[in-house]
Design a protein around this ligand. Structure first.
Ligand code: OGA
Ligand code: NI
Length: 364
């Protein structure tokens, strides 16, 4: 395993690169032809698609019919897309808006201010510009800020931006609201899998112990968007992701039946997607789906992703209740900490990591 103490090369802030006025992007950001967004430039890519939208309130409605219908929609979206959007989720729209604004302001601060929070690959907490420590690796056209929200024992607000002045308070409030939403989603997924309501949460280590982190991504406008990606194809390594995409600028693409589809964001909705740990726990009834981000030459894009994860020392393996003679456990157990380490060393690598967990018997 490569050392996770420091970056293998000097870190370049993509935002500074973009602001320098270059007409051509450095070679390190140029993807091989088969990975460029321009190649599969068919209709589906230019047309935005509607990922299923679910009225979250209906899931808890006393009207049985409404509730069953909403549960069915989530179940189908989890099976067929690995992605869905939720509206009426209970998180204040005002809070969502203010939290986005504060991060726009943070990224617009002078570089010296942001550098105070420069991260290392040891924890990823802070201001970063790459994932993975492979020397000479291909780089993505984005910067980010990563911070821990849960468990509370690991929260260190001094690692969060002190400027803008309202940042810490807003992030704490936004984080706790979204984490609460994550807990409700875990119940919905448990029920849809035919498990006890608190089953997935227990498998994650219980409410007090789950991990949650925020990754704010900043995708600067790019002079050659056809040659690069804002974020390379990957599945999210954790449990569930609750994404607040930029309301004005698209860019998230989901891989569906071999094509990359651009997601059309719905106002004030969250985009939810299944991570690798839910794939393992559900024994692949639900599967994480590859996604990536494309950039453009006109506008910067900011997104806020909250990852809802198992506690790090939790051993994750397929739920016993979901195993049958015809469908035995597909994956070997692994702690989330160990799983995450590989991703942190290698960076985005499609679905290779979760595939590598397949029990030998199943992999042929
Ligand atoms: C991620 C991610 C999508 C986006 O951070 O894992 O997929 O729209 N982000 O920024
Ligand atoms: Ni992702």
């Amino acid at each position: 395993m490569k050392s996770l103490l420091c970056w293998p090369e000097p870190v370049i802030r993509v935002q500074s690169l973009a602001a320098s006025g270059i007409r051509e992007i450095p070679e390190r950001y140029i993807k091989s032809p088969s990975h460029r967004p321009s190649l599969n430039n068919d209709v589906s890519q230019t047309q935005e698609v509607d990922v299923p939208v679910i009225d979250f309130q209906n899931l808890f409605s006393s009207d049985r019919g409404l509730c069953d219908e909403a549960l069915r929609c989530v179940h189908n979206a989890c099976r067929e897309w690995g992605f869905f959007q939720i509206v009426n989720h209970g998180v204040s729209h005002e809070l969502m808006k203010r939290t986005c604004e504060v991060w726009h302001e943070f990224f617009n601060l002078p570089l010296e201010e942001k550098q105070k929070y420069a991260n290392t690959p040891a924890t990823y907490e802070g201001y970063g510009s790459r994932v993975g420590v492979e020397k000479g690796a291909s780089l993505d056209w984005s910067d980010y800020f990563f911070l821990l929200l849960m468990p509370l024992s690991l929260v260190n607000q001094s690692k969060w931006p002190a400027i803008p002045a309202s940042c810490r308070e807003l992030v704490a409030e936004y984080g706790s609201e979204v984490v609460r939403l994550g807990g409700k989603l875990m119940k919905v997924l448990s029920m849809n899998l035919g498990l006890e309501e608190d089953s997935l949460l227990k498998s994650f280590g219980g409410e007090e112990n789950v991990g949650a982190c925020l990754r704010v991504s900043y995708y600067p406008k790019c002079p050659q968007p056809d040659l690069t990606l804002g974020l390379s194809p990957h599945s999210d390594p954790g449990g569930l992701t609750i994404l607040l995409p930029d309301e004005n600028v698209g860019g998230l693409q989901v891989c569906r039946k071999g094509s990359w589809l651009t997601v059309k964001p719905v106002a004030n909705a969250f985009i939810i997607n299944i991570g690798d740990q839910i794939q393992v726990l559900s024994n692949a009834i639900y599967q994480s789906v590859e996604h990536r981000v494309i950039v453009n030459s006109n506008e910067d894009r900011v997104s806020l992703a909250i990852f809802y994860n198992p506690r790090s020392d939790q051993l994750i393996e397929p739920c016993k209740k979901l195993l049958t003679k015809d469908r035995p456990a597909l994956y070997k157990p692994m702690t989330y900490a160990e799983y995450r380490l590989t991703i942190r060393a290698k960076g985005p690598c499609g679905k290779k990591q979760v595939e590598s967990l397949k029990s030998p018997r199943q992999s042929d």
